[in-house]
Design a protein around this ligand. Structure first.
Ligand code: 13P
Ligand code: SF4
Length: 297
């Protein structure tokens, strides 16, 4: 099936993008695996006619926002993001009414409609750069309160936050890290900015998923405790066969990131199923927020 998918992708001039949390067999057939920022940049610049996005719905929407002329496919339409669903345009508009005017920084893990009401987007890889680039003393950050707290610790601006989170990263506690450290005393603790402050404060490094892969590759250390979704263990181990990676908690698993199968990708490519198209009235305002982020890198 893998060979058939690759053959079909060539024939149809399709590019297959995969998030670092996708199942191993999906990562293996992708043209590019990466974090949200890398995938957004690739989706903005590709010459392919079709983008097959192996990730969750908001990622395919971002590709559609950046490349409206391309066919964007999400091979399993049920792959969503519970954090993205914790905010909607009406609730954001109500919150904005209760605050003095200020820019809105929205994590890419959000719907296109929420991006359309935002000043600029950010990912876990560029959040501090984005917040500090704004000419304002106060900023509203949505929808991840943990990412907002992380940004607040690295800026002099006052950060107002939305009370959302990734339900899986939010489960990880400092006690899990302490326990993992007891079992693997020589390991470096890497944590994703979607984790709680209590976790980030005791981690050795706080980076995005691809940031973890780069860090592990260049580090002299031999073992690592991985404070993010357990799917990342696969690319970490593949890139660093001589190093050891231990999940900070086996509970850190996102079911939506595991929904896409090889059969879904094949069906999607064969029949162009799972099309994601953001309507123009949402795409145009959302584009500015995403483009301004991509321009900052
Ligand atoms: P990134 O590290 O790719 O930003 O991923 C976090 C995430 O939760 C994607 O859904
Ligand atoms: Fe959303 Fe968390 Fe799953 Fe990422 S890991 S898609 S933030 S629920």
């Amino acid at each position: 099936m893998k060979d058939t998918i690759r053959q079909l992708a060539r024939e149809k001039n399709a590019i297959i993008l995969s998030h670092n949390y996708q199942p191993p067999e999906i990562q293996d057939i992708a043209d590019l695996c990466g974090d949200s920022l890398e995938l957004s940049i690739k989706a903005a610049g590709t010459a392919a006619d079709i983008i097959v996005f192996c990730g969750v719905h908001f990622m395919a929407e971002t590709a559609s926002i950046l490349s409206p002329e391309k066919t964007v496919l999400l091979p399993n339409k049920d792959a969503g993001c519970p954090m993205a669903d914790m905010i909607n345009p009406a609730s954001l508009a109500a919150k904005l009414k209760s605050l003095p005017p200020m820019p809105v920084v929205t994590y890419v893990n959000s719907t296109a409609a929420v991006k359309a009401l935002s000043t600029v987007c950010c990912t876990s890889a560029n959040v501090i750069k984005v917040v500090n680039s704004l000419d304002a003393d106060q900023v509203l950050m949505t929808p991840d309160r943990n990412l907002a707290a992380y940004a607040a610790a690295h800026t002099t601006k006052k950060i107002h936050f939305w009370d959302g989170c990734c339900p899986f990263h939010d489960r990880l506690r400092a006690s899990d890290i302490q326990q993992a450290r007891q079992t693997h005393p020589d390991a470096i603790v890497m944590a994703h900015p979607e984790c709680r402050t209590e976790v980030l404060e005791i981690a050795d490094v706080v980076v995005s998923t691809s940031g973890m892969i780069r860090y592990a590759k260049t580090s002299d250390h031999r073992s690592f405790i991985v404070g993010t979704e357990i799917g990342l263990i696969y690319p970490l181990q593949k890139e660093n066969p001589d190093k050891r990676f231990y999940p900070a908690s086996i509970d850190l698993m996102c079911p939506d990131m595991k929904k896409i199968t090889l059969a879904d990708v094949l069906d999607s490519l064969e029949n162009l199923t799972g099309r994601v198209k953001v309507p123009e009235e949402i795409r145009i305002p959302a584009l500015k927020a995403v483009q301004d982020m991509v321009a900052l890198r």
